[in-house]
Design a protein around this ligand. Structure first.
Ligand SMILES: [Zn+2]
Length: 61
């Protein structure tokens, strides 16, 4: 019976899911961060773009 080396139990993993999150403006629905197009498999998060922030809230980002 062999003991399991401790480094095999605590294997340092750095999961980097290749998850694409597209950020679109919730007001004008335009992609932010200069993204050209919305990928089908991508998750969509909503933000607000600079023109809409200024137009709707008077905030200059
Ligand atoms: Zn916008």
């Amino acid at each position: 019976m062999q003991a399991i080396p401790s480094h095999q139990l605590t294997r340092p993993t750095s999961p980097r899911p290749s998850l694409t999150i597209h950020v679109v403006c919730a007001w004008c629905d335009r992609p932010m961060r200069g993204e050209p197009q919305r990928a089908p498999a991508a998750q969509v998060s909503h933000g607000i773009c600079h023109p809409c922030a200024r137009q709707h809230f008077g905030i200059v980002l």
